[in-house]
Design a protein around this ligand. Structure first.
Ligand SMILES: Nc1nc2c(c(=O)[nH]1)N[C@H]1C(S)=C(S)[C@@H](COP(=O)(O)O)O[C@H]1N2
Ligand SMILES: [Mo]
Length: 168
């Protein structure tokens, strides 16, 4: 007589956590900073939100201007202990940052392109545009590269920033 009710309860006990798991992909998304760093990092949105926030804009492939807010990649690399500023000289100038994306897209920046002792341009890791989270195809994280003629290096679905030596 109670069979049907207990069956339902058992079903719910399984279904609810499984549905929540599917909804969130099982865990919160994050960006990893790895490779030639003294302090590897795993950054969740909450961690990024606590770091410096700057506005950044770029023109998308359809010529539309987009506004974002995010954390300068330089600040993230500094937190990971990457050789920057006065340490960005000699063989450290042969290092690069590879941005890796969930769809397999990869883009490279030399460290000097990111460092404020070389350039005023700020390349920014964003998770929102005009207060809204990025779409599933664009986000959750995007590296926005201002000041380039095409948006090809503005990587979508960013999962990892890897620092490596280009030299043999
Ligand atoms: N992960 C990922 N990011 C990517 C790409 C991609 O294929 N995968 N394409 C790039 C290219 S070639 C362009 S032109 C822009 C397009 O972004 P938009 O639609 O915002 O203009 O995204 C860049 N970022
Ligand atoms: Mo492109």
């Amino acid at each position: 007589m109670h069979f049907r009710r207990s069956f339902l309860l058992i079903l719910l006990a399984w279904a609810v956590p499984i549905l929540i798991f599917c909804q969130t992909g099982g865990r919160d998304p994050f960006v990893k900073i790895s490779g030639e760093v003294s302090k590897p990092l795993t950054l969740y949105k909450e961690d990024l939100a606590k770091m410096k926030q700057v506005p950044v804009a770029f023109t998308d492939r359809n010529g539309k201007s987009r506004q974002f807010t995010g954390t300068p990649v330089l600040d993230i690399l500094a937190q990971a202990g990457v050789t920057l500023g006065k340490d960005l000289r000699g063989e450290n100038l042969t290092k690069y940052m590879m941005v890796k994306c969930a769809d397999g897209y990869e883009v490279l920046f030399s460290l000097a392109e990111l460092d404020s002792s070389f350039t005023d341009r700020k390349i920014v890791l964003v998770f929102q545009s005009e207060g809204k989270p990025l779409s599933a195809t664009e986000g959750p994280f995007r590296v926005v590269v201002p000041g380039e003629k095409k948006p090809a290096r503005s990587c979508m679905q960013v999962t990892e920033l890897v620092i490596r030596y280009a030299k043999e």
